[in-house]
Design a binder for this molecule. Structure first.
Ligand SMILES: [Mg+2]
Length: 193
């Protein structure tokens, strides 16, 4: 299968690093990352500091190279590639971060082969996508793509509220080990048909 793998929140612990930057900037304790717009947990100063953060990374794209990886991500990618799958990194990061992102992937041992910067992820044509944005999952599924949500602190509330209201079931995993298992099961199902 061709797997479309998101970077921030899936391979890179972007929100954590960004949260520390905002806390330092605002001289406050780091706030919980418990919703998609978590920077609003800093109150009225949050959105301003968030914009400042992006101006800072625009001037210094190499900042992206300092973000730690999500535990098990590189190992998961290798397990999937060893099982014969092809991994395409599909990120909504602005293309200005492409060089820093590629170098980060290499430096963290992902051994990347394909990296695409786009907000229209469905156009990349993968058999299955892994993403931590419910918005991206919705838009992928609206375009008839198979997509799995990587459950993190910032999307779990949305995921649960959809489940509990019975509005929607979003296929999801909570770790890279689970995603590797999920891909294996999906393939086994396809072969059994
Ligand atoms: Mg993401």
């Amino acid at each position: 299968m061709i797997l479309g793998i998101d970077i921030d929140g899936v391979c890179a612990e972007f929100a954590d690093s960004c949260n520390f930057w905002l806390a330092e900037r605002l001289d406050m304790d780091p706030q919980p990352i418990d919703r998609w717009d978590w920077y609003e947990n800093y109150g009225s100063e949050g959105p301003r500091a968030w914009r400042e953060f992006w101006r800072m990374t625009e001037a210094d794209p190499d900042w992206m190279g300092l973000v730690p990886p999500v535990p098990g991500a590189a190992e998961g990618v290798h397990a999937l590639e060893d099982a014969g799958h092809e991994v395409i990194y599909v990120t909504a990061r602005n293309p200005r971060y492409q060089e820093a992102t590629w170098e980060w992937l290499e430096g963290e041992g992902f051994v990347p082969k394909h990296l695409i910067h786009t907000k229209d992820k469905h156009l990349v044509e993968c058999d299955l996508y892994l993403d931590d944005s419910v918005g991206n999952i919705d838009s992928l599924r609206e375009n008839d793509c198979n997509a799995v949500l990587f459950i993190r602190e910032w999307n779990e509330g949305t995921w649960w509220s959809r489940m509990l209201r019975g509005v929607d079931y979003i296929p999801s995993v909570r770790s890279w080990d689970q995603f590797v298992w999920f891909v294996g099961s999906m393939e086994a199902l396809a072969h059994a048909r």
